[in-house]
Design a protein around this ligand. Sequence first.
Ligand code: SF4
Ligand code: SF4
Length: 134
Amino acid sequence: MSEVPERTRGVIALRAESCTSCMLCVRECPDWCIELDSHKETVPPETERGRPRVVAVLDRFAIDYGLCMWCGICVEVCPFDALFWAPTHDHAVPDARQLVHERDVLGLWLADVPGLAEGNVHDGPGVGQDSDPL
Ligand code: SF4
Ligand code: SF4
């Protein structure tokens, strides 16, 4: 990674295990550049007297950096700390269609998020938590 200030808005990193597919970032993005697919699964009760719950499971999460205007709304509205700014900026490509980055690439950028490795953000809800933040 090149030397830039830590707070530089380079790219948005995704911690997929914290994402509940709540769609808040998708709906709030003014450019509609986040693509998300998920499906519902029923998980068994956690206790003997509990009931099965339906949870959303993330299938696809992608950001089109050809459309993104780096406003940061998606990072701010995510209620589960799944999105982070990383100062990475060396992701230029020769074809604009290659600016759609999928969850595997967004996940790699987590390593560049300042302070994340030290754990100064709280853990997300993880798999099996309710997907509706409201
Ligand atoms: S930074 Fe703004 S434009 Fe880019 S994906 Fe997030 S909400 Fe959309
Ligand atoms: S707002 Fe956060 S938890 Fe909800 S879909 Fe977007 S990244 Fe996932």
